[in-house]
Write a protein that binds this ligand. Structure first.
Ligand code: PLP
Length: 407
């Protein structure tokens, strides 16, 4: 009989958001008249910018003409987009990243999930706790996580981020091979100031570790001492891969476009005493398993770098920032401890005394028809918190606040 990959059997049966969706569906079935407002899943609600729509229409028209039709594109992405990213996201910030080191894709989730394929099967993986589940689950599927007990895997090195350490993880006691960092952070909405990020880059250089740096929420940074790219830190090109996405920057969650930077300078041990360039492995992997992000989507992504594109996406991000501020202020006024929300669309809220995070989730759902995400779903250190997102419409966010105030 054909056998499945038994690593999949070690995973919990439900992905966190599937679990939440099921509970919400049950509630809706039992309470058909109630309008449920979600402050849970991290999807955007505002439409695409007019400049993006214009670029999409133009690209669609090109596809309808024999002279401008495009079939398979380069697996790494079109040069026009790689160069626009290079210029806008790096050169303008004084960073020299070659367009050739940028790989366009259909999403940071797939890149983050796929990237672990490049590493030895017995690599030790470290993640911050709480954590965006994709880093852990994709390594569990590859057999690197060990056994799951409760919400903890026995081969994963967890780096707790708690109010006690100001959500700045301590360096691990034993050296991991791979370290996933996500800043601005999902789920806590907190950041690492530049000097704290430098500690991690220095550690990775000293210990020979690789940093997998997810900055999907870079566009939400408002404070000056927070790096927009890990490559702002000296030496990071030798030890860090950076993952970025157009999803939260420009509302591309349904359109799908992201990119991963694998600097040419980055090389790892080949297992036979030599070194191998990581970029060449990622290129090999992508060319084998991926046929590129659609042309029309890449044209849409390029358009956000125009003056009108920049103006329009800034307006949308300002809407989400306003939601985050109002949510934070309201929760604080209710006597709850609130973190994040300043450089991120996420707010990390301590649950009322006597409840745990699933308890507070059920309380908000059943008493106010509101959906949040229980912190423990992101890891053991998330117990006692819930995550609220600022991605709702302003009207829904205000209604959610007013319902909570009445509770
Ligand atoms: N990384 C983090 C931390 C995220 O929160 C998300 C989406 O929620 C992603 C990556 C995925 O982004 P994409 O839509 O580009 O797949």
């Amino acid at each position: 009989m054909t056998r499945v990959n038994s690593n999949f059997l070690e995973l919990g049966t439900n992905y966190l958001f599937v679990d939440i969706a099921r509970k919400v569906a049950e509630f809706k079935k039992a309470n058909p008249g109630q309008k449920v407002i979600s402050l849970g899943i991290g999807d955007v609600t505002q439409p695409l910018a007019p400049t993006v729509i214009k670029a999409l229409h133009a690209a669609v028209d090109e596809m309808g003409e024999a002279e401008s039709f495009r079939g398979y594109g380069p697996e790494q992405g079109y040069d026009f987009l790689r160069e626009a990213i290079c210029e806008h996201d790096y050169k303008k910030r004084g960073l020299a990243i070659a367009a050739d080191d940028i790989f366009i894709s259909d999403g940071a989730k797939s890149d983050l999930g796929n990237f672990q394929e490049l590493f030895a099967a017995d690599s030790i993986v470290a993640v911050t706790d709480p954590v965006y589940p994709v880093y852990v689950d994709s390594n569990a599927m590859a057999g690197r996580a060990g056994k799951l007990s409760g919400v903890t895997w026995d081969r994963i090195v967890y780096l707790p981020c708690t109010r006690d350490n100001g959500f700045v993880p301590d360096l691990p006691k034993t050296r991991p091979d791979l370290i996933y960092l996500c800043y601005p952070n999902n789920p806590t909405g907190t950041v690492l100031p530049k000097d704290a990020l430098k500690v991690w880059v220095d550690y990775a250089r000293r210990e020979g570790c690789l940093l997998l740096y997810d900055s999907a929420y870079e566009a939400y940074i408002t404070e000056a001492d927070v790096a927009h790219s890990i490559y702002e830190i000296e030496g990071a090109k030798e030890v860090a891969v950076e993952f970025r996405s157009f999803s939260k920057t420009a509302g591309f969650t349904g359109l799908r476009c992201a990119y991963t930077v694998v600097p040419s300078e980055l090389s790892l041990a080949d297992g036979s005493g030599g070194r191998v360039q990581l970029k060449s492995l990622w290129n090999r992997r992508q060319c084998t398993k991926y046929n590129g992000c659609p042309y029309i989507v890449q044209r849409a992504a390029e358009s956000i770098f125009s003056a009108s594109g920049q103006r329009e996406i800034a307006k949308t991000i300002a809407i989400y920032h306003d939601n985050a501020r109002e949510l934070s202020q309201a929760m604080q006024a209710m006597g709850l401890d609130v973190f994040g929300g300043v450089n991120a669309p996420y707010i990390w809220v301590s649950v009322p005394k006597g409840m745990d995070s699933w308890g507070f989730f059920h309380h908000l759902l059943h008493k106010a028809a509101l959906v949040c995400t229980p912190g423990v779903g992101f890891g053991q250190s998330g117990e006692g918190y819930v995550r609220l997102t600022a991605f709702g419409s302003p009207d829904n966010t205000r209604e959610a606040i007013s319902r909570m105030q009445k509770l």
